[in-house]
Design a protein around this ligand. Structure first.
Ligand code: PLP
Length: 514
């Protein structure tokens, strides 16, 4: 074979490799889970509430799955309720327990590093008269137990604290927290979504009253959650309707998803065994990244017992995460900047801010979360790409700051503005003048319409997504591509004069394949 063929192969290996390092956002569905779901979809279509044979069979599958979930967290099956997602589980508990105690008791204590499904529900409850206080955390995100003790008073009815954080992986001392709460006759909700399958969970031993779980974080399907409600604790349904789930969660059960969740929980012991291998890979990753960038800062606790084995939050001083993530995506590596739900916005992560990072440091931070499919080769490849980026061996994507984007660039005939913002952002805010709108998830359908001889300026709300699209365009042969740093949000704030004057003028919505 001639030398250029080897070069070509090298190119293919380099660019066709897919390395998924965002398991805290979601996981692939395992083959065991898939098989179980297929079996249910094919054979068990009966409604579990029906009395005849195929209904009774479905009811049996439902109870079997409940049993597997209960086993995985050391609960009794009758303490497990299936929900649509963990967001629903968190909503259901926070709203139901508030309704139970209010107005006799008014206060919930939570932490500033909870998932938005908790934080935004608490914000809503505040509008209904609930008082919410946030217990401070230390620089590693650990709840300050002495502060919690001080904050609890006779008005407090609930402490809400996640077991493990999705962004940094910090693990809270839940047994100590439930002890403090119990001493004051206060209930505890723990969001255990990120912990299941990564560390052992014992809701009974730890004295948790309510806990939320989600199948898609442990190789199960999306759209199915579970809620643990300790026997005898107050709970009223969020959804009213049929008598499903002992009358506490109405709606015909999504049996294939529930069976998938059960199958995923059957595998929990295997996942916990694999967590040891993953922890070793994580330490190799840390070591390699430290060699590449010795001034990097690890935000995740380094003590093994205090951090999820798969999660690494790392700051690279002087390196914007948007550019690095764009480059990693270009080379097939998926990592994230913060939680999946908040990426795309130009807001620095609330978790990183709570543990003391500046806005700038938060924008220089990425989250890498390993999983069952991660191999040593994946880690080597990822660090190799990071090294290429740090040492400037990457295609060049020009970065335009909001301050630089003036009338000259906006109305330059050689600039082509490509707006990849999601529809809801477009409904809220007008776009750049002369921009061309395409959906970010289908850019490939519009490539023929993009000019090769112009500078393409890619614009998204916060400047992260546009970087990924910019690198994608580079890979597709567009030579001059720029990214608007900080996105339209940044420009709107920085150049409100230009936004008022020109935004929304002459916007074209491109049609696919034209
Ligand atoms: N809680 C935590 C800690 C999470 O990481 C997530 C998902 O990212 C959720 C809750 C929400 O889970 P679901 O996607 O099932 O609503």
């Amino acid at each position: 074979m001639e030398i250029q063929h080897f070069e070509f192969l090298k190119h293919l290996i380099r660019f066709n490799r897919q390395v998924y390092l965002d398991h805290n956002a979601t996981t692939n569905v395992s083959s065991h889970v898939r098989r179980k779901m297929d079996q249910v979809l094919k054979n068990h279509y009966g409604n579990p509430s029906s009395f005849y044979g195929i209904g009774r069979k479905s009811a049996e599958m439902l109870e079997q799955a409940r049993h597997y979930v209960a086993n995985a967290i050391h609960a009794d099956p009758h303490e497990i309720y299936f929900t649509g997602c963990a967001t629903e589980s968190n909503n259901a508990v926070l709203k139901s327990v508030s309704a139970h105690f209010f107005p006799k008791k008014k206060k919930i204590i939570s932490t500033p590093i909870e998932h938005p499904s908790v934080l935004n529900t608490l914000e809503y409850l505040e509008t209904q008269g609930i008082i919410v206080e946030y217990c401070p955390v230390d620089h590693q995100g650990r709840v300050l137990l002495a502060e919690l003790e001080k904050q609890i008073d006779e008005q407090t009815f609930l402490v809400c604290c996640m077991l493990a954080n999705n962004e940094t992986g910090v693990i809270q001392d839940i047994p100590a927290i439930t002890k403090i709460a119990r001493d004051h006759d206060v209930l505890v909700l723990s969001d255990c979504v990120q912990a299941l399958g990564k560390i052992p969970i014992d809701v009974r031993e730890w004295g948790i009253d309510y806990a939320s779980f989600s199948a898609h974080k442990l190789y199960g399907p999306k759209g199915i959650g579970a809620l643990y409600v300790k026997q005898g604790t107050p709970f009223t349904p969020l959804l009213h309707g049929g008598h499903q789930e002992h009358g506490l969660r109405a709606g015909t059960e999504s049996l294939h998803n529930i069976a998938g969740f059960g199958a995923a929980c059957q595998d929990v012991n295997n996942l916990l065994a694999d967590a040891k291998r993953i922890a070793v890979l994580k330490s190799q990753l840390i070591q390699q990244l430290k060699e590449i960038k010795p001034d990097c800062v690890i935000n995740s606790p380094e003590a093994e017992a205090e951090c999820l084995p798969n999660t690494l939050s790392i700051t690279f001083p002087g390196v914007e995460n948007a550019g690095l993530m764009g480059m990693l995506d270009y080379r097939g590596v998926a990592v994230s900047a913060g939680s999946a739900c908040s990426t795309g916005e130009d807001k620095p992560s609330h978790v990183l801010k709570a543990i003391g990072l500046s806005d700038q440091a938060a924008r220089e931070t990425i989250r890498i979360s390993l999983g069952q499919t991660t191999s040593e080769r994946d880690i080597r490849y990822m660090t190799h790409v990071v090294q290429d980026y740090m040492e400037g061996r990457t295609p060049y994507v020009n970065m335009i700051t909001p301050g630089q984007l003036n009338e000259t660039i906006l109305f330059d005939e050689k600039t082509y503005v490509l707006d990849v913002r999601p529809d809801d952002d477009r409904r809220k805010h007008k776009g750049l003048p002369n921009s061309h709108e395409v959906p970010s998830f289908a850019v490939e359908k519009y490539l023929d319409q993009l000019p090769k001889d112009k500078q393409i300026l890619v614009v998204c709300p916060g400047g992260g997504l546009s970087f990924m699209i910019a690198y994608y365009l580079k890979a597709k042969g567009f030579k001059r591509v720029s990214d608007l740093r900080g996105g339209l949000d940044g420009w709107r704030k920085r150049r409100s004069d230009l936004y008022q004057k020109y935004a929304g003028q002459n916007v074209t919505v491109l049609q696919p394949g034209k």
